[in-house]
Ligand binder design. Structure first.
Ligand code: SF4
Length: 254
């Protein structure tokens, strides 16, 4: 059964959520429900092919990194919090002006919720994000001397910081081999058969298990960029995909 066809043909008129495979609107939103209806690729990438899979992504992009603009761990934390359900382009547009006047926890806190809101108004969920960022700045100053902590527990104790945000900061700011599973990585992992799972937690655990150590530090960025630019949700560009022969997706585009 072709997942994209089902979503577009049968569920579009009922729905308000997006399918992680094709981004067509979907009837129910949780990963587990989505995957119960539309299971991952039937076969998984063979263990022997996984190193090859990453080697090809590495050859295409030897030094991958985030597309969010930042100069310090604090600015990266702010940008990642703002990026939830928003594009990197919209976040970069906002933070370019924001970081010019408020590059540190002290200066951002001084803006207050109302002042900060003026800079991030174009970003989705900006009211909640503004409150969380101001509260996060307060906690960073009270508990960590204004520095961004380098542990998962301390990061996840900050308002607006969940496991995914913590993983991005730990990986990108502190060089830890974490893998933050966002919508692109969830889709690529299931579609290719690299690390199929019903939830982001399951996919993350599988990716950490199957990814060879030498590729773990950059796996997050290779997979996210592959999903963003080649293995796209609606129309994956299989003919120019460097891992097409290793991918288990049965409906590759011609
Ligand atoms: S072959 Fe197609 S479906 Fe498979 S990883 Fe490449 S772009 Fe994605």
């Amino acid at each position: 059964m072709r997942i994209g066809m089902v979503c577009r043909a049968r569920l579009v008129r009922f729905s308000s959520f997006l399918c992680p495979f094709c981004t067509a609107p979907f009837l129910f939103g949780t990963e587990s429900r989505i995957l119960r209806r539309f299971p991952a690729s039937p076969s998984v990438v063979k263990k022997a092919d996984i190193a090859q899979f990453y080697s090809r992504l590495q050859a295409a992009n030897p030094a991958p990194t985030t597309e969010l603009g930042y100069a310090t761990p604090f600015q990266l934390l702010v940008a990642v919090i703002l990026s939830a359900q928003a594009t990197d382009i919209s976040v970069n547009k906002a933070t370019k002006k924001l970081f010019a006047v408020a590059p540190t926890p002290e200066t951002l806190l001084a803006l207050g919720v109302e002042g900060l809101t003026e800079y991030i108004r174009a970003i989705g969920l900006y009211r909640t994000k503004a409150k969380n960022l101001i509260a996060t700045c307060q906690l960073l100053l009270e508990r960590h001397g204004g520095a961004v902590p380098a542990t998962r527990a301390a990061l996840e104790a900050l308002p607006g910081v969940g496991r995914k945000t913590a993983n991005v900061v730990l990986n990108t700011a502190f060089g830890q081999p974490t893998i933050a599973v966002d919508t692109h990585i969830f889709r690529v992992s299931n579609r290719t058969g690299l690390a199929p799972g019903k939830t982001v937690g399951e996919v993350e655990a599988k990716l950490l298990r199957v990814t060879p150590g030498e590729f773990r530090q950059n796996a997050h960025h290779w997979l996210i960029l592959h999903g963003r630019y080649i293995c796209k949700a609606r129309q994956p560009e299989c003919p120019r995909c460097p891992v097409a022969d290793l991918c288990a997706w049965p409906d590759k585009t011609a």
